[in-house]
Design a binder for this molecule. Structure first.
Ligand code: C5P
Length: 218
């Protein structure tokens, strides 16, 4: 089909979510926060006390995920979990269960469904490599560990969570290692992806660059 997709992948707290949302807003496109689906699965599994090492049980949770997105709000069944899924425990659990291939399979169709006219901006780890390999533009967005820990710190404090820079840097590094070294859909730049190093950039500068690439690619 002709519905364009812009795929933005990168490590934890690289700022890809902010950039992807702003690009989507600017173009009037839909937005997929694919990480939210892994976080929703993690939250649901944590609440049901699903043993996280029972891959079959966790995959069942992903298959039966009752979630919906409404504007900037994310719901699990009828509960608004927009903030709850941002907790570090949920992020760390998400990164563990995201290594399970049957969990990834369960969330595959759900992600494809976000591709609707007039277009989609999708962010995650495997948007350009696995989910939307025919994306018209692929961006791999990175930033230093220090810059990312600082961004995550601010995000968490703004949401009313407590946070500690040292713990955050350690968590980020561990999560990156897990996402990069797993065998199923590891974090890596897709073939043909443009690299965007944002440590010294504002979100708006990164958005400008992506829009510029998109104008040239479409
Ligand atoms: O991007 P975010 O930090 O919200 O993602 C949470 C976790 O979900 C990541 O650490 C990663 O393990 C997993 N994830 C993934 N594939 C995606 C998006 C997120 O494996 N496309």
């Amino acid at each position: 089909s002709h519905i364009p997709v812009i795929a933005i992948d990168g490590p934890t707290a690289s700022g890809k979510g902010t950039v992807a949302q702003k690009v989507a807003q600017h173009l009037g496109f839909h937005y997929l926060d694919s990480g939210a689906l892994y976080r929703l699965t993690a939250l649901s599994a944590l609440r049901r006390n699903t043993p996280l090492d029972d891959e079959h049980a966790v995959a069942k949770v992903a298959e039966h995920l009752h979630c919906h997105f409404s504007g900037a709000h994310i719901f699990l069944a009828n509960e608004d979990v927009t903030d709850a899924i941002r907790a570090e425990e949920v992020g760390n659990t998400a990164s563990k269960i995201a290594a399970i291939p049957t969990v990834r399979q369960a969330l595959y169709g759900l992600q494809l469904g976000f591709r609707q006219a007039p277009g989609l901006v999708a962010d995650g780890r495997d948007m350009g490599t696995v989910i939307f390999p025919h994306a018209v533009l692929k961006v791999f967005l990175t930033a230093s560990v220090e810059a990312r820990a600082q961004r995550r710190y601010k995000q968490l404090i703004d949401k009313g969570f407590s946070a500690n820079m040292q713990d955050l840097s350690k968590d980020l590094t561990e999560r990156d290692a897990r996402d990069t070294n797993r065998s199923s859909a590891p974090l890596k730049a897709a073939e043909g992806a443009f690299l965007l190093e944002t440590s010294e950039m504002t979100a708006d500068q990164a958005v400008e660059q992506v829009l510029h690439w998109y104008a040239a690619a479409k």
